[in-house]
Design a protein around this ligand. Structure first.
Ligand code: UFG
Length: 319
């Protein structure tokens, strides 16, 4: 049992990971400013409402903590292109404040929420974890910058960290009442459900990509499997393991149309859609090579087939 601080634990992936950590017997405190997360995602006794930039307050919360799992960040690629300073300040500035507070308290273990967006438009598919960083959005740049800081902090502060580069997080934990509630929502699966519910067609962003059906291919990873990757990363660090950075995906890609047809099969409802121009910044295909994560942390995706993903997300959507 360890004492863990989860930043951003009122958000989608953070709240579900916090639930998994509690189920393993860890003592979990959530730090979240609720600017994007939801109060209802965290039991009140576990929640501390605090801004990441408030180093002094964070330092108080870090007293006696064994490890930090750091999710707190803004995540919208499009918004980051419109407001890069906001992203640098919140994601990089906030994280620097967290690292300062951790150093003050001698906290030397961190699991960090990174992203496939650090690679930009990669040359090799599936993407190996040693592919070069070439982010094409300020959002991706913030995560790449933090990963670079972590390499220096490993050397000069003895901070051991695991960065997990998520591919397309999706699905839900309906039994825990937790799932995706972004506002505004930009992600494919909840928007497909919204189109069913409202009758308002979803825009499919481009059908002229160099892929078999012309739509973009992504590696969809169930949020429950993502949460388990954090649990495994934490176990590794708690038992004295070294720092690392890993892709978290399945190694299999699905096109936008394939996901839409799966949604139609599983829900039994037609999805109204229109074909729209490409969305700026979308790569044709992003699929993870996660073999290093599987070998290093003995992690395996268990619920990341499209049927389980869509069934869980649909149950949560209709809760
Ligand atoms: N899509 C549509 N219509 C929509 C929404 C999405 O066609 O209304 C398409 C997108 O163009 C893309 C696919 O569905 O081809 C998936 O889009 P998402 O917005 O759900 O996810 P992304 O792959 O764009 O982004 C995800 C994460 C980001 C992360 C990125 C890493 O949400 O946080 O992967 O590459 F940065």
């Amino acid at each position: 049992m360890a004492k863990i601080l989860v930043t951003g634990g009122a958000g989608y992936i953070g709240s579900i990971t916090a639930t998994h950590l509690v189920a393993r017997g860890h003592e979990v405190t959530v730090a979240d400013d609720l600017s994007r997360g939801h109060r209802h995602n965290v039991p009140p006794e576990r929640l501390r409402v605090v801004r990441l930039q408030d180093t002094a307050e964070l330092a108080t919360l870090l007293s006696g903590v064994d490890a930090v799992v750091h999710f707190a960040a803004y995540i919208a690629v499009g918004e980051s292109a419109r407001e890069p300073e906001l992203y640098f300040s919140n994601n990089v500035g906030g994280t620097l404040s967290l690292f300062t507070a951790m150093a003050k308290n001698g906290v030397r273990r961190l699991v960090f929420s990174s992203t496939a967006a650090v690679y930009g438009n990669p040359q090799t598919i599936p993407i190996p974890d040693d592919a070069p960083f070439d982010p094409v959005s300020p959002y991706g740049e913030t995560k790449a910058a933090i990963e670079r800081m972590l390499r220096q902090l490993d050397q000069f502060r003895g901070l051991r960290s695991i960065a997990l580069r998520y591919f397309n997080a999706c699905g839900a934990e309906p039994w825990a009442g937790l799932g995706e509630e972004h506002e505004p929502e930009t992600h494919l699966i909840p928007l497909l459900f919204r189109a069913i519910k409202t009758g308002e067609p979803i825009k499919i962003f481009g059908d002229d990509y160099p892929t078999p059906d012309g739509t973009c291919i992504r590696d969809y990873i169930h949020v429950s499997d993502l949460a388990e990757a954090h649990v495994a990363a934490l176990d590794h660090l708690m038992s004295g393991g070294c720092s690392g950075a890993f892709n978290v995906g399945t190694g299999s890609g699905h096109s936008v149309l394939a996901v839409m047809h799966a949604v139609e099969r599983i829900t039994g409802k037609k999805v109204p859609f229109t074909i729209a121009p490409r969305r700026e910044g979308d790569a044709a295909e992003l699929v993870a090579d996660s073999t290093r994560l599987r070998a290093a942390l003995q992690w395996e995706p268990r619920r990341s087939d499209l049927v389980t993903i869509i069934r869980d997300a649909w149950d949560f959507f209709n809760r």
